[in-house]
Design a binder for this molecule. Structure first.
Ligand code: FMN
Ligand code: SF4
Length: 595
């Protein structure tokens, strides 16, 4: 097939629609192996788009590439937990077995081995992707097997299935996961009580978004319902790129009906006819099972036209895949991406509820939020409001990983203590927990009585446990590199700030850091927090600030050279950090009383 044949075929599968450019690029790369200049030209011609527009999208996403990555592309997950479980050593081992250098295609053009940001398998790492398909629980034996398969040029469909088996690992269910649920029961109830009735139930239940920001779902849906527009859209945010988070993956693996039902309930409330499940590219293994569930729901009259026989209730859902860009979890960047563009955050306001997908009012919610909405439709707002705390109603799904005996997904009523979660997952001599991923909160052993709740420790889902032998400086350094890699580059404070921060951390790690670097990092934190365009830049310095604050000795012992001061006043240097985080309690000050 020529470049033109591939481009025309991929474009035709999407009706020649330029807003599907990202999907077309993904499919063209799968067929051609890479997206070189000829492919870009051909796609631009097939879609009638300027070349530069196609190139801008193609070059934005980490999983799309202009050069061939060989017949087998293996990308190891670069999550800190994967690191702690031996990722670098395993990557080097595979490269040695294949006689190649990391990050380069082998001379025979057969294989490429490299790294990528966390792939959503923190509970079953070290993990990697081969041509986009997940390889969990890697060890030397599995890598020997994989090396043999590659050397024998076995197509992936002939590889042993067990290599690709992704466990769901739901360890604890509560109101959402443990309760029985019949597909269609939520929609049926909304048809009984009407859109206004459903909004009243949502107000009574008072759920807050599970994607991180904690915005009230009832307010979001009613604003969208009232916003003027030609059409309305429902988008489910399944981008789940925050390192250490995988609860949405588990929900979609085992409870997809609940999620699709929540989207359909939202559609009825706001009056939408189209829904999109925006699924991170790393979860392409979920597409086939999810498409099967969507087909079944159409057959059962739960999607399509006249849902449950109701005249005028027409709604359907399609799946769109991302292509490796953490920033596409930010709702306005996600919308840009779903429109076939580079995923750069928009200026807000206007918010998506008024100007969203294709400029029309759009509800964007997290996967778990939609699952909550479906349960509220069936069981009512009062039932939901009675669970959790008054400020944080309902339950929260936590993705537990790291130094614990039983990693996996745990559902608890909001208000559960960190200590309780640690006990349930069999945490091993924990010294810290990173709640909510790198952009979340680092809790030291002295804070384990704090509670998972919007009013105490909010969480988008990650719960990474670090045992006493772990070096918290290295945890922060990994997170600093993650943000530098994932910054979309749109605004200078974040583009430059995240790179400088990672450089300072590297300098300290190399034993070449000084008090000067600490001061510079503080300056950077302040600039990024106050001047960045979106949430990524606002939170990117947080892991460094918090680990400096809570584990100062890991920084102190690395300080030397230049203006090295043996008695560097870490507590004094943290004054800006305390100011930024709005804290001045005892725990925000440095002391020697540590385990
Ligand atoms: C850098 C960044 C990444 C984000 N990633 C996600 C994500 O992966 N999933 C998600 O649901 N929300 C994510 N969010 C939050 C979304 O912008 C948005 O608030 C959320 O999808 C709204 O849904 P909710 O109200 O149900 O929480 C991210 C925000 C930022 C700033
Ligand atoms: S803060 Fe970072 S991620 Fe956000 S727009 Fe600016 S450069 Fe992009």
């Amino acid at each position: 097939m020529t470049y033109d044949d591939v481009a025309v075929a991929c474009a035709a599968r999407h009706g020649g629609n330029p807003t599907r450019l990202l999907q077309i690029l993904r499919e063209a790369q799968a067929a051609l192996g890479h997206l070189g200049p000829e492919a870009i030209d051909a796609i631009a011609t097939a879609l009638g788009l300027p070349r530069v527009r196609v190139e801008a999208t193609a070059t934005f996403y980490h999983l799309l590439h202009a050069q061939s990555h060989g017949a087998y592309e293996i990308l190891f997950s670069d999550n800190i937990v994967d690191h702690q479980q031996g990722k670098n050593e395993l990557l080097a081992y595979l490269c040695e077995r294949m006689w190649l250098a990391p990050g380069k295609v082998s001379e025979d053009g057969l294989v490429y081995v490299g790294s990528t940001s966390d792939i959503g398998l923190g509970d079953q790492g070290p993990a990697a992707l081969v041509n986009g398909w997940p390889l969990p629980l890697l060890d030397h034996n599995r890598l020997d097997l994989i090396a043999g398969l590659i050397r024998n040029r076995k197509p992936l469909r002939e590889w042993p299935r067990m290599l690709f088996e992704v466990a769901t690992n739901i360890r604890r269910g509560d109101a959402l996961l443990a309760e029985p649920y019949a597909a269609g029961s939520g929609i049926g109830r909304v048809l009984e009580i009407g859109a206004e009735g459903m909004l009243e139930e949502l107000e009574r239940a008072s759920p807050r978004g599970r994607g991180g920001a904690g915005f009230r779902t009832a307010v979001k849906w009613s604003s969208c319902r009232l916003a003027p527009g030609r059409a309305r859209y429902v988008i489910c945010n399944a981008d789940e790129g925050e390192p250490g988070t995988f609860k949405d993956r588990a929900l979609l693996q085992e409870h997809a009906d609940l999620v699709f039902e929540g989207m359909t309930v939202a559609a009825r409330v706001i009056g939408a006819a189209h829904g999109i499940l925006y699924l991170r590219g790393e979860y392409q293994f979920l597409v086939e099972p999810l498409e099967g569930i969507l087909r079944r729901r159409r057959d059962d009259g739960l999607l399509g036209s006249r849902i449950l026989g109701e005249p005028g209730f027409d709604f359907d859902i399609r799946i769109e895949l991302g292509a490796g860009a953490y920033i596409c979890g930010e709702e306005s960047a996600l919308i840009e991406s779903a429109e076939g563009k580079a995923g750069r955050p928009r200026n807000r306001p206007p918010f998506p509820v008024t100007v969203g997908y294709l400029g029309q009012p759009t509800v964007v919610n997290n996967v778990e939020t939609f699952a909550c909405a479906a349960s509220i439709a069936v069981r009512g707002g009062a039932w939901f409001a009675a669970i959790g705390t008054p400020e944080s109603t309902g339950t929260k799904l936590l993705s537990v990983s790291g130094d614990c005996a039983r990693p996996g997904v745990y559902e608890y009523p909001f208000g559960v203590s960190v200590r309780r979660v640690l006990a349930d997952c069999g945490a091993q001599r924990p010294q810290a927990v990173q709640v909510g991923g790198p952009s979340g909160t680092c809790l030291s052993w002295r804070e384990f009585d704090r509670r998972i709740a919007f009013e105490d420790v909010p969480s988008a889902g990650a719960f990474m446990v670090f045992g006493r032998e772990r070096d918290m400086f290295e945890v922060a350094r990994n997170f600093a590199h993650f943000f530098a890699h994932e910054s979309c580059g749109f605004c200078t404070p974040c583009r430059v700030g995240t790179s400088l921060l990672a450089n300072h951390m590297d300098k300290l790690a190399a034993g070449k850091g000084s008090a000067y670097d600490m001061r510079q990092m503080h300056r950077l934190m302040h600039i990024m927090l106050t001047m960045s365009h979106c949430g990524l830049g606002h939170t990117a310095a947080k892991p460094v600030v918090e680990t400096m604050e809570k584990f100062p000795e890991t920084y102190e012992r690395r300080l030397q050279a230049l203006d090295y001061e043996p008695a560097f006043d870490v507590d004094g240097a943290l004054a800006t950090a305390r100011q930024i985080t709005g804290r001045d309690d005892a725990l925000a000050h440095v002391d020697e009383d540590r385990p």
